[in-house]
Ligand binder design. Structure first.
Ligand SMILES: Cc1cc2nc3c(=O)[nH]c(=O)nc-3n(C[C@H](O)[C@H](O)[C@H](O)COP(=O)(O)O)c2cc1C
Length: 164
């Protein structure tokens, strides 16, 4: 199995989880970066990011390397924005045709909305997600229970891979 974690992270929570999963299952990481950064502090942070998520925008991304044929598993990681997927994930899905056999996703949030965001992700992806995981601000509010959640997610994903 060769897995890729495609993620966007504004303030490091989603990135910390991407690195933890990457270590656990030896996956490659692809960090998506918008060409024009979203404001990352104050009122503007929630206003512009939230608006972009609600409007289902697809912000242009900085160049990245991605070979769809290299991976049979793709894991998406994103922060929940206004109950939706963070827009750079939308851009990635629009810009690439994927042919992996297993898709999974995790979402970081501070309250709620991840379930709805997973539904949106499935719509954009046109595939079901074989595993999902929701974490509450795992970097800002570290907790051994969250580390265990990540390890369990990885274990279940790799077990599933062996039987698909
Ligand atoms: C624009 C914006 C909108 C957000 N909307 C939500 C939301 O709808 N529900 C929620 O629980 N958290 C929301 N959050 C909080 C983030 O999802 C949460 O803090 C996440 O862990 C941040 O991940 P990151 O550090 O990888 O950026 C929002 C944050 C931002 C910046």
């Amino acid at each position: 199995m060769k897995a890729l974690i495609v993620y966007y992270s504004m303030s490091g929570n989603t990135e910390a989880v991407a690195k933890a999963i990457g270590r656990e299952i030896h996956a490659d990481l692809l960090s998506l970066e918008p060409e024009k950064d979203y404001p990352s502090s104050g009122f503007k942070k929630y206003f512009w990011g939230g608006k972009s998520a609600v409007m289902a925008e697809k912000p242009k991304l900085k160049p990245y390397q991605f070979d769809a044929n290299k991976y049979d598993t793709i894991i998406f990681g994103f922060p929940v924005w206004a109950g939706n997927i963070a827009p750079p994930i939308r851009t990635f899905l629009a810009d690439n045709s994927l042919n992996a056999s297993v898709y999974a996703a995790y979402a970081c949030q501070s309250g709620s909305g991840a379930e709805k965001a997973f539904r949106k992700l499935k719509e954009c992806l046109g595939h079901d997600l074989s595993r999902t995981m929701i974490l509450i601000d795992p970097k800002d509010k570290p907790d051994p229970a969250k580390d265990l959640q990540i390890r369990t997610f990885c274990k279940e994903l790799t077990a599933q891979e062996r039987i698909t």
